[in-house]
Design a protein. Structure first.
Lengths: 305, 353
């Protein structure tokens, strides 16, 4: 058995279900059932609030994020709600502008990691044999190196910046997801509907992406939510270390880093961005938790390999 | 299953049966009759795996930095002259083929010579050596703190499932887990250094005097690092204790009238421990991340801070050496925790020999 070349998972992911009114009603009911879990509701509300802040923020900010609007290190006042930083930039305006990269970069990294992991993990689990052996070995080696070290080595080699960090985090996270998806694929592969598809002569692409992939959906969703939480914290930490998004960006991680030396005299510049990162992570954590509970039984059955 | 199970799967359910099968039917202790080439002893397999992993790490690390090309421009700056660039390239042997450089470097590392720093020009080991002891002490403190807090807390939460202690533990761990380490550290600084003024704001004092002279400077970084891992271990311990507590032998012990502390310590802890021991080893990986963040946050002069500074200044020899050292420590600790799990689990103990 050989791997079919040029597999394009994104195109094949679309489930072949009818999207009639009945289907829409079923989806709405499932969404309502999901949101009836308290964690899901709280997480969703927090996330919507933060997304709103991030999307509307840049338009309502009183000053441009990098403009020197007043004298440096002013305390909170009516003109500057959170005061100004060392350079005289309005902290409130910077906070309103700083959410975009905090949310977007982890999403990009997780999306890229997912694409890699879905292709490699599913094929590895389905094909078995030497493909599986090689994938498992490589995954073990990457997992044997702490994530921070890989990022630091890449930054040493290629310099820092958001593109580098997104790509590296994608490569670092892919093995974790590959391991989970491979296990789920192993559990699904011997089931009747897969055997039936093979018996009627479907190709490997159909079997893997149309039969197996839709049936490990819950595992995939939970993994996406979990990995997004980790990626948010990881990329924010890298920005804090000065290895990710670079100043003068108003990224919340960068803001904590540049204002932390003035923590004693001027805490608002640290507390506001740090708190927002925390709320973002909590909201996605809660959603991940609720997803695990929502799909609990199915997920449990799948992962008992 | 090939030569040895992956670190994560050693505590899993599948390993006992599959580990026993290659020994052949009817001869579960074939090693007693001499050397079995198809299945060498655990220690040999573990050492081979250790060497292979380290070699792989060294290839990846060196290959990545080599792939990026000549770093002369990044190190010397944009206004370096042609002759300065040539001198830098020659001094660091960057004009030789990658394979030659790799073998040269590897030979040096095996002899304890880690090369010269691009930035300082001095030996890499001279940069690392004074910082190593401090960082090891910091890691030791935070790891001990993690074990001492999370194992009892998880056990208590799992035994008194859905009781008040369980709800409290779940709430606290969930909210700690939601914050990245640098935010947790920031909160600790605000509370303990700024408001209560009981601990130093940063840990620069660590570099003065002997290793144990400024222990108060270790407290906040160690707590920050530990808090990054405690939620994970508490939840794992809780889940394992819960599973063990549902077994019939626990119920029969309860019916015999055993006290709760005795039940927890004598019956539940030993049976719930193996996966947690594996995790406590694996957790050193995220401790490394915590050390890097906490040392930067607290200006702690250790190897984590050196690593970040060297990465930012593109000092490849320092980063390569530190990565290899931490990678080696990590792999060795995983092997030790695997061995400990095998010793703790009678089923694996008999099969794995």
């Amino acid at each position: 058995m050989s791997i079919t070349p040029s597999v394009t998972p994104v195109a094949d992911v679309t489930p072949g279900e009818a999207t009639g009114a009945e289907e829409a009603g079923r989806r709405a009911r499932r969404l309502r059932a999901f949101l009836s879990i308290p964690q899901a509701m709280v997480g969703a509300v927090l996330l919507v609030l933060l997304l709103g802040l991030t999307i509307i923020g840049p338009f309502v900010a009183p000053y441009p994020p990098n403009a020197i609007s007043d004298s440096p290190l002013l305390g909170p006042s009516a003109r500057h709600w959170l005061g100004t930083d060392t350079l005289g930039r309005d902290i409130f305006s910077r906070v309103l502008n700083g959410g975009g990269s905090v949310i977007l970069l982890p999403l990009l990294a997780v999306a890229a990691a997912m694409v890699i992991a879905i292709v490699v993990g599913l094929l590895s689990g389905y094909l078995g044999g030497w493909t599986d052996a090689v994938v498992t070995r490589v995954v073990d080696v990457v997992l044997a190196i702490p994530s921070y070290l890989i990022v630091l080595v890449v930054v040493t080699a290629f310099g820092s910046g958001s593109t580098i960090v997104v790509l590296t985090v994608a490569v670092v996270y892919a093995p974790y997801i590959i391991r989970v998806l491979r296990a789920a694929t192993l559990a699904v592969s011997p089931l009747d509907f897969v055997l039936a598809a093979r018996a009627r002569g479907e190709g490997i692409r159909w079997v893997v992406f149309r039969e197996i992939l839709p049936n490990i959906g819950p595992t995939l969703l939970v993994e996406i939510a979990l990995r997004t939480t980790y990626a948010i914290m990881f990329i924010a930490s890298l920005s804090f270390l000065g290895l990710g998004v670079q100043p003068p960006s108003s990224n919340w991680g960068v803001m904590v880093a540049e204002n932390r030396l003035l923590l004693l005299a001027h805490p608002a510049g640290v507390i506001a961005p740090a708190l927002l990162i925390g709320v973002l992570a909590i909201s996605i954590n809660l959603i991940a938790d609720a997803l695990t509970e929502f799909f609990g039984d199915r997920l449990h059955n799948q992962l008992m390999v | 299953m090939g030569s040895a199970g992956s670190p994560g799967s050693a505590g899993g359910a599948g390993s006992p049966g599959s580990a026993a099968s290659p020994a052949g039917p009817g001869s579960p202790h074939s090693t007693r009759r001499g050397w079995n080439w198809r299945r060498p002893p655990y220690l040999v397999r573990a050492l081979v795996k250790l060497a292979a992993t380290l070699l792989a790490i060294s290839v990846v690390v060196f290959g990545l930095t080599a792939l990026a090309g000549n770093p002369a421009h990044d190190i010397l700056g944009m206004d370096a002259t042609q002759s300065q660039l040539a001198a830098f390239t020659a001094a660091n042997h960057l004009n030789q083929p990658v394979v030659v450089r790799y073998l040269h470097w590897l030979a040096g590392v095996l002899h304890g010579d880690f090369g010269q720093s691009y930035v300082s020009g001095g030996s890499v080991w001279a940069l690392i050596e004074p910082r190593l002891g401090r960082s090891l002490l910091l890691i030791l403190f935070s790891w001990l703190l993690m074990v001492v807090v999370s194992v009892p807390a998880g056990l208590l939460a799992g035994v008194r499932l859905r009781g008040r202690a369980d709800v409290a533990a779940t709430l606290v761990t969930l909210s700690i887990a939601a914050f990245p380490e640098f935010v947790i550290g920031m909160v600790l600084i605000i509370v303990f250094a700024v408001n209560l003024k009981v601990l130093p704001v940063d840990s620069t004092a660590v570099s003065q005097g002997g290793l144990f002279d400024s222990l108060s400077s270790y407290v906040l970084p160690a707590v920050t690092i530990a808090l990054g891992s405690i939620p994970y271990i508490v939840r794992l311990m809780r889940a394992n204790a819960r599973d063990v507590a549902s077994h019939s032998y626990v119920r029969s012990a309860v019916l015999r009238g055993i006290s709760e502390p005795a039940l927890s310590v004598r019956h539940i802890l030993p049976n719930a421990a193996p996966p947690v021991v594996t995790a406590l080893g694996l957790q050193l990986a995220s401790l490394v991340g915590g050390v890097i963040v906490a040392e930067t946050l607290f200006s702690f002069p250790g190897i984590g801070q050196l690593l970040v500074q060297s990465a930012a200044s593109r000092d490849a020899p320092v980063v390569e050496t530190l990565t290899l050292m931490i990678g080696a420590a990590f792999v060795i600790i995983n092997l030790l925790s695997d061995a400990l799990v095998i010793m703790l689990t009678p089923k694996l103990r008999d099969a794995g020999r």
